[in-house]
Design a protein around this ligand. Sequence first.
Ligand SMILES: [Zn+2]
Length: 232
Amino acid sequence: MTDLDKESFYALHNIYSDVPTAFGIVRTNGLPLGVDAVDCAVYRTLSRVNHSCAPNVHHTWNPKTKKEYLHATRDIAGGSEILTSYLDPFLVREERMKRLWKSFQFECQCELCAAPSPAEYDLTVRRIKICSDLIMTCASSDPKKSIQFVRETLALLDKIGGEGKTPFYYDGYQISAMYGDYTLAQEFATLLLESYIMDAGEEGENYERYLKYSQNPRSHERAGCAPRRILS
Ligand SMILES: [Zn+2]
């Protein structure tokens, strides 16, 4: 590293020791290289972006360009802070607090955590968890029900800010393509592409694949593999 990079690196926060050790700094500030990745990277700027449970940007690692990206998920007024989430989505306040303390040792004071009554948000999050688990459970036995759970999950997400929809548009697309309902598959594929561009941009690793689905909903590898059903 250059002297400037070294200085910047050792100035990062370290929750494991008062002495600035490389191990503690990487553990505290490293961003995983993709979902569920073991490897991580520390950045001079991106590792300094603070956390909010109601973030205004989404961060993604792109294995093709080997870069980490931030995409705005809502309008951000000039001069306001860029905030990302260090947590998995759809956690109730108590669970968020527990995880943030364990991994980063701070008490979150974001707009969501500071809200006087988190009960409604927490109830919505719990229902999202139930519905999203049922989407795939029902996909083979009752695909129509499965699509209803996709729609309910999307409506619940709208209630809490509308982010995190991409995987559910994918579920809706995949299930309708499998059962040969290509009108519905087209509807979900279009929404999937729009939502993915918001999350990861056109440089995102899945962009080409989702573009292909939106141009031809029959192009999914499992399209038409189940007996044809109208699910809409
Ligand atoms: Zn918070």
